[in-house]
Design a protein around this ligand. Sequence first.
Ligand code: 4NP
Length: 157
Amino acid sequence: MTRRILFVCLGNICRSPTAEAVFRDLLEREAPGLTVEADSAGTHAYHIGSAPDARTVAAALNRGIDMSQLRARIVEEADFERFDLLLAMDEQNYRHLVRMAPPERRDRVRLFLEFAPEQGRREVPDPYYGGATGFEDVLDLVEEAARGLLAALAASG
Ligand code: 4NP
């Protein structure tokens, strides 16, 4: 059975495309037999069609992850049908998705960091207006939650 995961942040140029790329890379390397499709989207339209932020691309490349081909898109109504899980990077995006979701699909919306409980954090902080450490922090959190997500998917067959 194919599982479909949508990672969601505000602009779809920093956090959620990082999560998409890191998760895909992990899946390929560690669980190639698991059929999981990953995509990402933003709750706001600012950057539709744009490549990921250059700082994000550089930080990911430094860890061997190529994000350069990804392009930003906005979350659509159909995503609540198409994806089994919509994983928000922070509380603001979580609330946006819950408001947007058809009532019978609200349980598909979760916080991504639920899959990294040992971090004791709920949000992947928005790195857009900060310095370089913000992008490293995003990668650290995303790598850990991607591992947790993969383990949960593997455990559920
Ligand atoms: P993201 O980061 O939600 O992780 O893609 C941001 C990107 C753009 C903006 C804010 C956050 N912006 O305000 O344009």
